[in-house]
Design a binder for this molecule. Structure first.
Ligand code: DX5
Ligand code: ZN
Length: 216
């Protein structure tokens, strides 16, 4: 189990410092939220910023693509230094082609499912994934309340995760109160944005979430 900081809520004017803080707190991966103002209402970062982040850290970079036509941008995000690329089942297009393009660039292929989408939709693809992300908020913004019903998908995905060896991650609404809900269902990777980066002490916030996670 591990907390994965989402830079969405970081102070982008002090990005290197924010990254150093979570690195020294023990983070092994960073979660990068890419939004196009079309697939979701918000706009965030593109390959240019991912490349800048790559230059200041060796952490594993997982890039969560909340965009339409993800196939157009897989290569630029891999060239920018992404280690894992995560595409939405809801983005349409051919997931098999997306996964092939991701692997061609030697990155890991991730699949993500929104809260309203049924688990059955992703089931046929689980034998092909390197990473599964279960959204516990509707994507677009940080700081939303966790939709706990979505955690059931972690339980449903567990046998596949064991069989095929991919980690299960959740994204959205994780804080000191809800992190145990993620733990209870057996989540491997737990994304946290606002709970890590708001309040000005990302080091302490990261440590606190990790402590709660490992508390008996
Ligand atoms: C939301 C993003 C998340 C976001 C989570 O659409 O995919 O990664 O950063 O933020 P919190 O942890 O604040 O819910
Ligand atoms: Zn995300």
């Amino acid at each position: 189990m591990e907390i994965v900081p989402s830079l969405l809520s970081a102070d982008f004017a002090r990005l290197t410092e924010e990254i150093r803080a979570v690195e020294s707190a023990g983070a092994k991966r960073l979660h990068l939220d890419v939004m196009d103002g079309h697939f979701v209402p918000n706009i965030t970062i593109g390959p240019f910023i991912v490349e800048a982040i790559r230059r200041v850290t060796n952490l594993h970079l997982e890039t969560h693509l909340m965009i339409t036509n993800p196939e157009k941008y897989i290569e630029p995000f891999i060239n920018a230094g992404s280690d894992t690329i995560i595409v939405h089942i809801e983005s349409g297009g051919s997931l098999k082609d997306d996964f092939a393009a991701i692997r061609k660039g030697s990155a890991k292929a991730g699949l993500v499912i929104n809260p309203p989408t049924a688990f059955a939709e992703i089931e046929p693809y689980l034998k092909f994934v390197d990473h599964l992300l279960v959204m516990t908020v509707n994507p677009g913004f940080g700081g939303q309340k966790m939709i706990k019903a979505a955690l059931e998908k972690v339980i449903l995905a567990k046998p596949y995760s064991k069989k095929y060896g991919f980690p299960i991650e959740i994204d959205g609404g994780v804080n000191t109160e809800t992190v145990n809900d993620a733990k209870e269902v057996g989540t491997d990777l737990i994304v946290a944005g606002s709970a890590v980066f708001s309040g000005g002490n990302s080091y302490r916030n990261y440590r606190l979430l990790t402590e709660i996670l490992y508390r008996e």
